[in-house]
Design a binder for this molecule. Structure first.
Ligand code: PXP
Length: 250
């Protein structure tokens, strides 16, 4: 069995910016949230600069790069504009995600297998600049193999289908999704890829994923920012951290 290693928590602060942008004000400030998240035990901050800038702005990325003491995981679509921004800032990690203007959130994983050649060329300069390139994909062997072939260092497995099945009470499907995620995280790890996971995770769904020994990092945003309304950001993150650590130790 793979020995269990510490599990990192990346806190996604996109939706602090969503609330700010709802009123076109200067607050709540995603940078303040990032600093608090760091204090509460986050190992990294994740921010997605979307093509339409609906939440995180270019100025937020600029601010995060200058204030953070923990790594920034810069989520972006595989476009020339985003590549040049990433090459300007050289964040610790770049996570490539699919992006559609009409979607409410990142709905599926990236189709790496169909775009292998283009993506191999796309990520090469990012890796040369020292960014750890991560690819957000479904738990699918074809996509994992393609991510491996193009030279990605990391894959992030999309946990959205598992979380949706749990929330909607489709428990057989939830368990099938979980089994698929478990099998594919072991498979990706066996190829030498670092395995991350995220999307839609809550206090109710985090533990089974956190227990996978191959998973090194979870990226969690929407639920934590929502929970912060009731508990405050630091306790909300602290409780998630505690559940992750418990799952890892069990
Ligand atoms: N990981 C990736 C690659 C994502 O795109 C997102 C959502 O932006 C997350 C994790 C976090 O998902 P959630 O906000 O649902 O926790």
């Amino acid at each position: 069995m793979t020995p269990r290693s510490p599990l990192r928590l990346g806190v996604n602060i996109d939706h602090v910016a969503t609330v700010r942008n709802a009123r076109g004000s200067a607050y709540p400030d995603p940078l303040r949230a990032a600093k608090l998240a760091q204090k509460a035990g986050a190992d990294g901050i994740t921010a997605h600069l979307r093509e339409d800038r609906r939440h995180i702005s270019d100025a937020d990325i600029d601010g995060l790069m200058s204030v953070l003491d923990i790594p920034l995981n810069f989520e972006m679509a595989a476009t020339a504009e985003m590549q040049s921004i990433a090459l300007r800032y050289k964040p610790h990690a770049v996570c490539l995600v699919p992006e559609k203007r009409e979607e409410r959130t990142t709905e599926g994983g990236l189709e790496v297998a169909r775009e292998e050649n283009r993506l191999a060329h796309f990520i090469a300069p990012l890796a040369e600049a020292g960014c750890r390139v991560s690819i957000f994909i479904a738990a699918d062997a074809r996509q994992i193999e393609a991510a491996h072939r193009i030279g990605a260092a990391v894959i992030e497995l999309h946990t959205g289908a598992y979380c949706d099945a749990h929330a909607e009470g489709r428990l057989t499907e939830r368990d099938e999704e979980l089994a698929r995620l478990r099998e594919m995280s072991a498979y990706a790890h066996s190829l030498g890829l670092e395995v991350h996971a995220g999307h839609g995770l809550t206090y109710d769904t985090v533990k089974p994923i956190a227990a996978f020994p191959e998973v090194k990092e979870l990226n969690i945003g929407h639920f934590l920012i929502g929970e912060a309304i009731f508990l405050g950001l630091e306790p909300a993150i602290g409780h998630m951290r505690q559940l992750m650590d418990e799952a890892r130790a069990e």
